[in-house]
Design a protein around this ligand. Structure first.
Ligand SMILES: C[S@@+](CC[C@H](N)C(=O)[O-])C[C@H]1O[C@@H](n2cnc3c(N)ncnc32)[C@H](O)[C@@H]1O
Length: 291
């Protein structure tokens, strides 16, 4: 199978994650409290501000838990996703919450055409989003097309350094551990740079029956992913004509990205390295303005 088929492969994969994620995403607490925000949107709230009256598009909205939260911040929200099965659940969740959200089934790159070149005050996306897209430059051009002049992009996503890491056992003694006793001892595990950091034309192909949220096996385990370096992301945003307004790196991410090495902060839903979290940029936030 060639990487040209990635949309079909990833759509099938995400459709088949839905029953598992319905058990793993915190949906009932959101429905029980009309003022509640998803942990992801609560984290991003300082960057989002008051969305009252703003036209917002949430790219790669999945089950719409963050999309509903954006609506609760006052936005007129449209959620876009490739997975029809995800959107069916997102529509049901919005309706049970009494929220008005438009959901549109589309590939990100096709979204401006699907939305009839409608322009938005805010494009919001992230947390496991851009790794499903082969070209970060094409993503940034798409975002720029979706923004009104002066409209804002807010993204927080997995840091490309995190996405390049796997948890690896340490076999041998490192001589520098004499001077830096924090270095992992033989027998321990550490994040190791084992996967591409820079964008590659070929995808990483995975066969994974487990997902990051929920118990159960995924029927269609194959997926295709790409990493994009932080410099590539920033350059793509600038080259697409947007003005960069902030960039921050965080030591945490909202899922257990390196199982065995991370601990959950139950207050925020964020996971960070148990040992020396200052080693790893786990997520980044970037804001930009359309011109
Ligand atoms: C990890 S979720 C990110 C959403 C959100 N952060 C969350 O966790 O609910 C990834 C989503 O991206 C969607 N997706 C993957 N490739 C896409 C594409 N090319 N166009 C639009 N959506 C896509 C998937 O269907 C899935 O719903």
């Amino acid at each position: 199978m060639s990487s040209d088929d990635y949309l079909q492969v990833n759509r099938t994969n995400w459709d088949s994650r839905v029953p598992v994620h319905l058990r793993g995403y915190a949906i009932e607490p959101l429905l029980a409290d009309p003022d509640r925000l998803s942990d992801v949107v609560a984290f991003d709230r300082p960057l989002l501000g008051d969305l009252t009256g703003l036209d917002v598009v949430h790219l790669q909205c999945h089950l719409g838990t963050d999309t509903l939260s954006l609506a609760r911040l006052g936005g007129r929200v449209t959620g876009v996703d490739l997975s029809g099965a995800s959107l069916a659940e997102a529509r049901s969740i919005a309706s049970r919450a009494g929220a008005e959200v438009d959901y549109v089934e589309s590939d990100v790159y096709a979204a401006p055409d699907m939305l009839g070149d409608h322009r938005f005050d805010l494009v919001y996306t992230g947390i496991g989003a851009i790794c499903w897209l082969p070209s970060i430059r094409r993503w940034a051009e798409t975002v720029a097309r979706l923004l009104r002049p002066g409209g804002r992009l807010v993204i927080r996503d997995a840091h490309p350094v995190l996405l390049a890491c796997l948890a690896m056992p340490v076999g041998g003694e490192h001589p520098d551990r004499v001077q830096q006793p924090g270095i992992t001892a033989p027998g321990g595990s550490t994040p190791a740079l084992e996967l591409p950091y820079f964008e590659q034309s070929a995808p990483m192909v995975w066969e994974d029956e487990d997902s990051y949220a929920g118990e159960g096996t995924i029927a269609q385990p194959r997926s295709m992913e790409w990493n994009h370096g932080l410099g590539e992301i920033v350059t793509a945003v600038l080259d697409a004509g947007m003005e960069l307004t902030s960039l921050a790196e965080h030591d945490s991410v909202p899922w257990d990205a390196l199982p065995g090495l991370m601990v959950l902060d139950p207050q925020t839903g964020e996971h960070r390295l148990r040992d020396r979290p200052e080693r790893l940029p786990a997520s980044f936030s970037l804001t930009a303005r359309g011109r």
